[in-house]
Design a protein around this ligand. Structure first.
Ligand code: PAF
Length: 289
């Protein structure tokens, strides 16, 4: 595995791979790798000649009162995991390498940001889009792999790739969970033992919502209420949002139809967690809206 921290070195290496006709799969991360990242790497490994993993905690996507400084970091552990999963190139730039001077041009995400994390974290997706434009131009991948735990990010990145004509196939990968259902997240390490015990209630609530839909519930407000009540009854977390929206355009729904995303975000004292579940309904049901 080659470890690179300079942009120019990375671009020269990537051009060389492209000249050799090799396909490049890219897994962008902020490090502190877990099984969710490993699933992205494994999928990229299956589908490409070269696998590139980036580890960069991107300051632009954190708000002033968010956890940029305390975001977990352990490069040696990450390097080991990357090697074990067959990463060919690990790109690990410093902040000064990525942002040597204040940016003169920055991305603004105009659609799908007035809901979910976009609403509670203003500017977050502008920061994500900006760093991804840079990373896509540095890595020049054929495919880029993103976890569905952040379904809104996947939808935003699909828009970015389409609007800016990046010749990149976006590959969404299902959420990886602990045995008790908690979605794997780098931030889980910050949960207290009590919070860790309570956290699986998020996915239980989402599964209960999906079961209600299976039984015929089509009222989005009833689904929001069900999820909210389950989380309130089983955790001490503060609910940031419970939302039911169409996917991938992320329009909040009153009646369920088509591909529907049921998403939650909560704040425990130790960490803010997100999770979601997708349900498929006949689009024809929209006639009832
Ligand atoms: O999902 C993440 O870890 C980050 O948002 C990403 C895509 C690496 C951009 O910094």
């Amino acid at each position: 595995m080659i470890v690179v921290d300079r942009i120019a070195t990375m671009q020269a290496l990537m051009r060389q791979y492209r000249r050799e006709g090799k396909t490049i799969g890219f897994v962008p991360t902020m490090g502190y790798l877990h099984d969710g990242h490993a699933a992205l790497i494994d999928r990229a490994r299956e589908e490409n000649d070269i696998v590139v993993l980036s580890i960069f905690v991107n300051p632009l996507q954190f708000g002033p009162n968010e956890d940029f400084a305390r975001y977990p970091r352990d490069f040696e552990r990450d390097r080991r995991i990357a090697g074990q999963h067959g990463v060919d190139v690990l790109f690990h730039p410093e902040v000064d390498e990525m942002y040597p001077a204040p940016l003169s041009v920055q991305a603004v995400v105009k659609a799908r940001t007035d809901v979910l994390c976009g609403r509670s974290r203003p500017g977050h997706f502008d920061g994500v889009a900006t760093v991804l434009i840079k990373l896509f131009n540095i890595v020049m991948p054929d495919r880029a792999y993103f976890g569905m735990k952040d379904a809104q990010q996947v939808a935003v990145v699909a828009g970015l790739i389409r609007d800016f004509n990046f010749p990149i196939e976006l590959v969404p990968v299902p959420t990886v969970r602990e045995t008790d259902g908690l979605a794997k997240s780098s931030r889980n390490v910050y949960l207290s033992p009590q919070e860790r015990k309570e956290a699986p209630a998020l996915y239980e609530a989402l599964k209960a919502a999906a079961a209600a839909v299976d039984r015929g519930e089509r009222n989005a407000e009833a689904i929001r209420r069900l999820v909210r009540e389950h989380i309130e009854a089983h955790t001490h977390a503060e609910i940031d949002y419970v939302e039911v929206c169409s996917y991938p355009d992320l329009t909040p729904l009153s009646a369920l139809a088509g591909t529907v995303l049921i998403a939650v975000a909560v704040r425990f004292a130790g960490a803010r967690l997100i999770d979601n579940i997708m349900v498929e309904l006949p689009a024809a049901d929209r006639r009832g809206e």
